[in-house]
Design a protein around this ligand. Structure first.
Ligand code: ADP
Ligand code: ZN
Length: 732
């Protein structure tokens, strides 16, 4: 094919080359070279006719799991989706990839519907999106009997479970599909990690011995960070100044604060808007649309915003207030970085937020108060953690991350702890001796031997622990007490004017049966500081900016959101590779045949002009880029691995241990990048070695993610690289 053919060919894509394997479809229609873990197995399960359940986090890549089978199977795939508003976007995105699809709903005229029906019957369409209400009508069933249905795909399948947070009664009727179409396989997909819900899905759909795929819920591309809750607005402004021109969401607790925050940001010249449930519906959808189209960059919103928002280039999510539980938090941060490119999440945390929630709960006194409090506490543990935050997050979803993640603030800036048992004992003893009646500030005064009126009036200068904590500053005491509250040594009596009381661990600490580690206040998370020098981002250079501008123009012309044209990851790859021919453009991840035809020429023009104009200073640009690698340590390892180096060679090159290199690769593989863990293992570990190591893991177990015991058990026969790889895949 000559270069221009790629743009001018009128032949339908599907007829232009041999498509036999799922991977051929992935390349041709989506422009991706490799499947993410499980995608291919899921596709094979479906095309072999088996009922299949898929649990994969947001952004994991669920769509291709039913869209590729839809393309491969002879008839049509009926997709059931609860979000009518989203169907249009989804179908639009399919068209951009050259996949014939339509949606069917009551906003369409009878004529429109008949055209769609005809296209289904004639086999023109491969996917038909429909709401459960519509699907379950008699008329629709009669229609379906005239069509070759090859697959039912139930999206957002957690809606079927009354345990879930998003229960839709219509979903429970979907079991009739199996009765009416017993020979048609069903695939159910959800991003919900809740165990009860998982169980419900297969049974309620009446599935027949389904294959169940549970992918890792780790999203390694999301960085995790917690910041102290003081001066939030100033901190947010500094954060935003560091990321110009990117889209993000700031979640606030109240409607009022979404409005006031947006106003303050606008005053500072930011492109911000607000969104909450009490807005006029027309305003709401206009605001949402503006955000999808990149016309509004910063959305200050309550958690009403984001449900079913498919925007893949949300680059950051900030929580102005701490969410009530980890499920909610995980779902909200999950809206960032769906395209797989790096994205930042920030949680502002102050103890006052927790107190507010507890008060609210106490007031409402819901039936499941205990459960809600327990969930709040888990959330607080995340915010207070001195160990890898991702490990905490994943452990909540019963998933173990063997090594610290390297992409959270604790990993990047490890905290130093010291034995704070004596300090805890002093505080507890003062609490006990004052009859568990004094609030925090007064307790600190007592510990520091203050002669304040409150101290003297209460006669607290007479107790034995008076002045026992003189050596510490007031602020330090406050910090330590917060830490002690958060680990359960001390408790706050919200119903008793905030008097401090003994927590669940108090007795053990007082008896000397339990050691308490504390972090020095100087090591605790600090507020955001202004960056004096902003470094250019390696993946976001001038060329990326120009490509982004072109993408926005094309998107506006086509009346679609920019990320539907190309994702940020694709633009990054384009800016890195700088292709100048259609064939080279094909090598860019995310450029499929259809998009090459539609947009290839325009993007190549911009790249060619850029290369021409910078050819003199090209080297300079490159040097700046190389000097400031912003790529994560895992990414750097992956880059070297992709050049064909072995783990040992990468370790030597990067002056890291083989164990670290292997664990980077395991993390990359598990986080859904184009790297398959099994392939990785088989290229470095023989089957016999693997069996040997697995036996040792079974015998010794993996304690706290440490492999030393296994290394010793195997008498050092295998290096940590091999152990890490096998352990990474063990029991998954
Ligand atoms: P989900 O429905 O699970 O939230 P999507 O199906 O929307 O996720 O996929 C998220 C992003 O990942 C999309 O931009 C999609 O094109 C991309 N993606 C999916 N599979 C792959 C793959 N094998 N390689 C690279 N990118 C992929
Ligand atoms: Zn971490």
């Amino acid at each position: 094919m000559t270069p221009t053919d790629a743009f001018t060919s009128k032949q339908p894509i599907s007829e232009r080359s041999d498509l036999s394997q799922p991977a051929d479809y992935l390349k041709r229609y989506y422009g991706y070279d490799l499947f993410r873990p499980m995608q291919e197995d899921i596709i094979k399960s479906i095309t072999s006719g088996r009922d299949t359940v898929v649990l994969m986090p947001t952004g994991g890549g669920k769509s291709v799991c039913f869209q590729i089978p839809a393309l491969m199977l002879p008839g049509i795939t009926v997709v059931v989706s609860p979000l009518i508003a989203l169907m249009k976007d989804q179908v639009g995105a399919l068209h951009m990839n050259g996949i014939p699809a339509a949606f069917y709903n009551s906003t369409q005229s009878g004529r429109e519907q008949r055209i769609i029906e005809d296209d289904c019957i004639s086999g023109k369409l491969k996917l038909l999106y429909v709401s459960p209400e519509k699907l379950l009508t008699e008329a629709f069933f009669t229609f379906l009997k005239h069509v070759t249905v090859s697959l039912f795909a139930i999206d957002e399948a957690h809606c079927i479970s009354s345990w879930g947070h998003d229960f839709r009664p219509e979903y429970t009727q979907l079991h009739v599909l199996k009765k009416q179409f017993p020979a048609v396989p069903t695939i159910a997909l959800t991003a919900t990690a809740d165990k009860l819900t998982r169980h419900d899905i297969a049974t309620r759909l009446g599935m027949n011995d389904p294959a169940i795929f549970i992918s890792s819920f780790n999203r390694q591309n999301l960085s995790l960070q917690v910041l102290p809750g003081q001066n939030r607005i100033q901190q947010i402004i500094k954060l935003l100044q560091q990321k110009p021109d990117t889209s993000g969401i700031i979640y606030c607790l109240s409607r009022k604060s979404t409005e006031s925050l947006a106003a303050k940001l606008q005053e500072k010249g930011f492109n911000a808007a607000f969104y909450h449930a009490k807005m006029d519906p027309a305003d709401r959808s206009r605001t949402q649309e503006a955000f999808l189209r990149d016309d509004v960059k910063i959305m200050c919103a309550t958690i009403a915003f984001g449900m079913g928002i498919d925007k893949s280039n949300v680059r950051w999510v900030i929580h102005y207030n701490m969410p009530k539980n980890i499920e909610g938090f995980y779902q909200e941060i999950g809206r960032a970085g769906r395209d797989g490119a790096a994205a930042q999440t920030v949680l502002f945390y102050s103890f006052a937020d927790v107190a507010t929630y507890k008060e609210m709960l106490a007031e409402n006194n819901p039936a499941n108060l205990g459960l809600q409090l327990a969930k709040l506490e888990r959330m607080q543990q995340y915010a207070d953690a001195h160990t890898c935050r991702r490990q905490i997050l994943l452990s909540y979803f019963s998933e173990e991350l063997p090594e610290p993640c390297g992409n959270c603030d604790v990993c990047r800036d490890p905290r130093v702890t010291f034995d704070g048992t004596v300090l805890a004992q002093k505080a507890l003893s003062a609490i006990v001796r004052t009859g568990e009646r004094v609030p925090m500030n007064l307790l600190i005064d007592i510990l520091r031997g203050s002669r304040s009126q409150a101290v003297l009036q209460g006669g607290y200068d007479q107790i034995k622990t008076y002045g026992a904590g003189r050596d510490l500053r007031f602020e330090d005491w406050r910090n330590y007490l917060h830490q002690l509250i958060n680990v359960g040594v001390i408790e706050v009596g919200y119903d008793q004017h905030y008097a401090l009381r003994r927590g669940i661990l108090a007795d053990q600490v007082l008896k000397g049966n339990r050691k308490i580690d504390l972090v020095r206040p100087d090591d605790a998370p600090k507020q955001v500081v202004e960056k004096t020098r902003t470094k250019p981002d390696a993946t976001r250079d001038d060329l990326f900016e120009q490509l982004r501008v072109l993408r926005k123009q094309l998107a506006d012309d086509q009346n679609v959101p920019p990320y539907v044209i190309f994702t940020d990851t694709t633009l990054e790859d384009m800016a890195r590779q700088r292709p100048t021919t259609p064939d080279a453009l094909r090598n860019v991840s995310g450029v499929g045949e259809r998009k090459l035809q539609l947009f290839g020429r325009k993007f190549l023009e911009v790249i060619a002009r850029y290369v021409r104009e910078t050819s003199g200073r090209g080297t300079v640009v490159r040097t700046i880029v190389n000097e400031t690698p912003k790529r994560s340590t895992q990414q750097q390892t992956l880059d070297l691995y992709n050049t064909g180096m072995t783990i040992a060679e990468i370790a030597a090159e990067r002056q890291l241990t083989t164990g670290s290199i292997a664990s980077h690769l395991v993390q990359v593989a598990k986080s859904g990048y184009n790297l398959d863990l099994e392939t990785l293992i088989s290229s470095f570990v023989s089957p016999a070695e693997r069996a040997d190591i697995e036996r040792a893991i079974q015998a010794v177990g993996i304690q706290e993610g440490r492999l030393k015991a296994i290394f010793d058990h195997l008498e050092g026969r295998y290096d940590y690289g091999k152990l890490t790889l096998v352990a990474g895949a063990f029991d998954r």
